[in-house]
Design a protein around this ligand. Structure first.
Ligand code: KE4
Length: 453
């Protein structure tokens, strides 16, 4: 029996009264009632759901509803929630202290694991978030090269760093323009935003301004416009042009690090960046980020070099314990073959469900990261960058999101995010998700008010 999709304003009050009340209270205290806009459900309408607990592949909301979790805290929970090895490690660390503001051997142990997993990393510095990792890597690249310009790509997100909250100017080679109030024109002017998977734009820019560029920053597999795979030509252009012009190639693996392979996207794709930023999985769900790479570059960081970077809770013992347990588990029992198998089944199931429902969709997947792009018009088209991603039918994605919520499946609350699943997910979970999607898409195809295919 197909549930009628509730209208957006009913989507939480009628079905999750405690979340509705909690949200009303939170909005009086916290801007938008959330501590990160990604949780605000802005892309799907309705009200965010408040959660009480999580275990393995499941989330439980404060109304007692249980969901299959397909965001895993936006990536960190590759082992599932409350993995026994991670819980035990954090409890052990808690028993001896929570923060020293002084070095511990545990930080060297985690640094060892990161360096062993990611061959391009010879030295690594820990911070407390992916944003801090990106901010530090940008400052280091500018300090190392003595140059100002940073190149990034539309649809790539690297955290809320002023110099990276920038949109493309009127033409690819012009200066960036701020995409948030509070980011100054003076900051944005040193950032150039190009199209992802457009190597010619890179070549043109390097020809015109190669000597001004400090770094090219890229998501080697994009999660932040929905999942977009790079072309070989694009990655080779970044590596080749950067090397020729003395520019640092910075891979943002905050999302892909330790997820697509133990060595991240760079292992999977055979690329060798000069610097890598990390987050999410490296902290096992606790606040930890990191940046690392060539020792001759990293040794420009204070106190060895002159580039300043610091942090009270950098390398925090509890976060280091969670990250270490997570990386040790990934190293001893690599889940990647299972994740690839489950991902292939999920991708095929979503594709079949959309086809049978006559819903136009393009599905992109790498390992345990996947996006179903809903698209207007009869013919599906591949999503290769922001110009194609932004043509998605976000209204239909929102209807799909809520239809799946009503069937106990918690997907990313935006068309422009990738879903993640964990080693705790099972074949039965994938079967249930495909069944829910089949039922939901069939109802979407006939639900009034949802744009026709
Ligand atoms: P954090 O500062 O949120 O730890 O990391 C920023 C960041 C950097 N680089 C990449 C590739 C990222 O995906 C992120 C953060 N990802 C978002 C979700 N797409 C986090 C969710 C949120 O901001 O609440």
């Amino acid at each position: 029996m197909t549930l009628p999709l509730p209208a957006p304003h009913e989507r939480t009050a009628a079905r999750r009264p405690k979340s509705h009340d909690a949200f009303a209270r939170a909005r009086r205290l916290i801007p938008g009632g959330v501590n990160s806009p990604a949780r605000a459900f802005g892309g799907v309408g309705g009200e965010p759901i408040f959660f009480a607990s999580a275990l393995g592949q499941h989330l439980t909301d404060i109304d007692g509803n249980v969901y299959l979790d397909y965001i895993g805290s936006w990536g960190p929970m590759i082992l599932g929630h409350r993995h026994p090895r991670v819980v035990e490690a954090v409890e052990r660390a808690l028993a001896t202290g929570t923060s020293y503001g002084a070095p511990t051997e545990a930080e060297s142990r985690l640094a060892d694991l990161i360096i062993a997993a990611v061959p391009s990393i010879e030295k690594v510095r820990m911070v407390s978030s992916g944003t801090e990792a990106a901010m530090s890597a940008v400052r280091l690249a500018r300090g190392f090269t003595g140059r100002d310009v940073i190149v990034k790509f539309a649809g790539n997100y690297h955290g809320h760093v002023d110099s990276l909250l920038v949109s493309a100017g009127s033409a690819a080679a012009t200066l960036g323009v701020p995409n948030s109030p509070g980011v100054t024109a003076g900051t944005a002017k040193d950032t150039v935003v190009l199209e992802y998977n457009e190597p010619q734009q890179l070549e043109d820019l390097f020809r015109q301004r190669g000597g001004e560029i400090a770094a090219v920053l890229v998501e080697p597999v994009v999660g932040n416009m929905g999942l977009v795979r790079p072309t070989r030509e694009f990655l080779d252009a970044i590596r080749g042009l950067s090397r020729r012009h003395g520019v640092l190639f910075v891979c943002d693996e905050v999302m892909t690090g330790f997820r697509l392979a133990l060595g991240g996207a760079q292992e999977l794709l055979g690329i060798e960046p000069d610097l890598t930023t990390l987050g999410k999985i490296v902290g096992g769900g606790l606040p930890l980020g990191a940046y690392g790479g060539r020792a001759d570059v990293m040794d420009n960081i204070l106190p060895v070099g002159k580039v300043f970077q610091a942090g009270t809770l950098s390398g925090n013992p509890l976060a280091v314990a969670a990250g270490t347990a997570t990386l040790e588990e990934l190293r001893e029992r690599p889940p990647y073959a299972k994740l690839e198998r489950l991902g292939g089944r999920l991708e095929a199931g979503f594709r079949r469900a959309a086809f049978e429902a006559g819903v136009t969709a393009s599905i992109a997947r790498v390992g345990s990261m996947l996006t179903i792009f809903f698209q207007p018009g009869p013919e599906a088209f591949p999503v290769t960058g922001w110009q194609t991603a932004s043509r998605s039918d976000t209204a239909r994605y929102a209807a799909f999101f809520w239809g799946m919520i009503d069937r106990g499946i918690y997907l990313p609350c935006s068309q422009y995010e990738a879903l993640f699943f964990s080693s705790a997910h099972t074949d039965a979970d994938i079967d249930a998700t495909i069944a829910a999607a089949t039922d939901c898409l069939a109802s979407l195809a006939t639900t009034p008010g949802v744009p026709a295919a």
